[in-house]
Design a protein around this ligand. Sequence first.
Ligand code: SF4
Ligand code: SF4
Length: 398
Amino acid sequence: MGTDDDQVSLLVLQPTPFCNIDCSYCYLADRTNHERMALETLSRVISTVVASGRVGEILRICWHSGEPLVVPPGYYEDAFAIIRRLVPDSTKIEYVFQTNGVLIDDRWCGLFRRHPVTVGISLDGPAEVHDRHRRDRAGKGTFDRVLKGIDALRRNGLKFYIIAVLTDRSLDNAKQLFEFFCSLGIEEVCFNVEEVEGIHITPSYSPDRLVERARRFFRAYYQLLRERSFPHWVREFDYAFNAVLRAPLETPRNALTTPFRSLNVDYLGNFSTFCPELLGVHTNAYGPFMLGNLANESIDDCVAREPFISLNRDIRHGVDMCAATCAYFKVCGGGAPSNKLFENGTFRSSETRHCQIFIKTLVDLAIDFIEDNIARQETARADQLTADKENCRCSKSS
Ligand code: SF4
Ligand code: SF4
């Protein structure tokens, strides 16, 4: 086994590029392709990853990059058996299904219950928000079907988290989203902002005002969480508070800029690393981000040649630029290469709108709230001292 930093902490597998719906902000180009990863390909990919010595104590496998539930549950029963047979017993395997939720029923819940599966559901908010972008190929909103999927998960006692994409429709409506997730009794929410990436090049919002709107959204959302004693967990605040509290103690770690922490494999066995969003994307500067094919070559062979050498060098260069110029580097470690590429046209760059929102704004917000909390505690302590003194005086005079 390698060191912590060259171990694969997340293996993203694309069971199929196909998706049964047609979100307007989807970045995947190949989502009408019905092919699926052959179990023979899966078996070879897993063998290659294990043989690389990059598998540690825990291996998280995320089925993603298309809709994983268009492939039947029986496929995963077979896939899980193959994976368990090939991965050493000493490695704990955890599965994540990142799904649009519309196909979840009791049959799927049976699979999720029999195996160590976490389910992430894409739900952008109430129907008028969600259905604006998340529609099927006939143009019909998917909100009602997603809620049925959530009902099935609940009926079967399964936990899940929500991924909500913030769009023009929701960026100014923190309260609406907050009330909606509270009314559904959601326990965990992760926010993304609609991004310009892959084939999605025209966002629903005006990019000039995005950072300010996102700042106001997150500030308002956190206030609401605090006022209501945190009815649900929000990934972005958790990351930001942890980053602030840990920053003085640790050297920055960033799985997105460290090769092989995340390994992203398409249905044919082609792989990329760094950000999952790079898989299947084609740019003039770098071509397709396919570093090789894990069904028939080793990781070491692929990293010793192009395009990995240029890709790694340019991403490193961008991280060095961040380290040299950015006061947030210690909590960020150099951002997300895919956002640098999609927003700035090159990995050899630093700031992006994405990092302005998800690092700078959220870290500032966390610092403000921590300072505010300390100030409140100090005030409460001073008030208590004053009250104690008053009591003292009273008892002396009696
Ligand atoms: S559910 Fe995911 S893969 Fe499918 S169209 Fe929407 S964003 Fe794309
Ligand atoms: S916050 Fe942005 S500019 Fe700063 S280190 Fe991170 S990616 Fe680089």
